[in-house]
Design a protein around this ligand. Sequence first.
Ligand SMILES: [Fe+2]
Length: 268
Amino acid sequence: LADLFGVDQVPRKGPPLIAIPTTAGTGSEVTNVAILSDKVAQLKKGIVSDYLLPDVALISPQMTLTCPRSVTAASGVDALVHAIESYLSLNASPITDALAIGAIQLIAKALPKAYANPANLEARDDMATASLMAGMAFGNAGVGAVHALAYPLGGRFNIAHGVSNALLLPYVMHWNKLACVERMQEIAEAMGVNITGLSAVDAADQAVDAMTRLCAAVEIPSGLRSFGVPEDAIPAMAVEAAGIERLMRNNPRKLSAADIEKIYRAAY
Ligand SMILES: [Fe+2]
């Protein structure tokens, strides 16, 4: 499989593929990406090829009813990050924007409900739909720095993908704000924040606060420290994350390895 890591390394299409998601999060049923742990490199790596696009995606909330609460939370936040990063991506288009904003609206309402009552079929349905929409958005617009910074955490410390995204999301958004204040204001509104009377910058900050509140509501811990990440691992992780060009090129604000180090330290 190592030969297939990267973009367009898959030589041909495999047998017909029918994807039936059992979590509401990855959006893999509609993307050309597969993510694997490279145990040697201690990094999560992507295989990106249009040959991985499923022929058929069957979405049923029934399939997610037995998903444990912690997985519901982590995968739900992953879907939220897909939608947010697509909306802020330099490759966003009006089509991915509509999907991304729709997904953010659904997740803000449905994720707390699905977490509070795993049997709530309506909330599960909304999450399954939102995950699909966010997958279609990022499958075309791409994700950015949150995912790039999350991969070393997953690869080295085995932190669940959605959780590592959640740990970094507020700090990366804070960094990105300078480049995309208006879009972050729109994200705040999509998350149900009343931004009347707020300046654009204050409204953008509200988007970060709303995400932090949502992650706390579904009991995702914060702080890299609480996951046993040693502080002296940060410089190497920053170099690794900076090298994930496939994601970094979508991010609205550029980051050097030194900038990334600061973000990891803020999230520590
Ligand atoms: Fe993701």
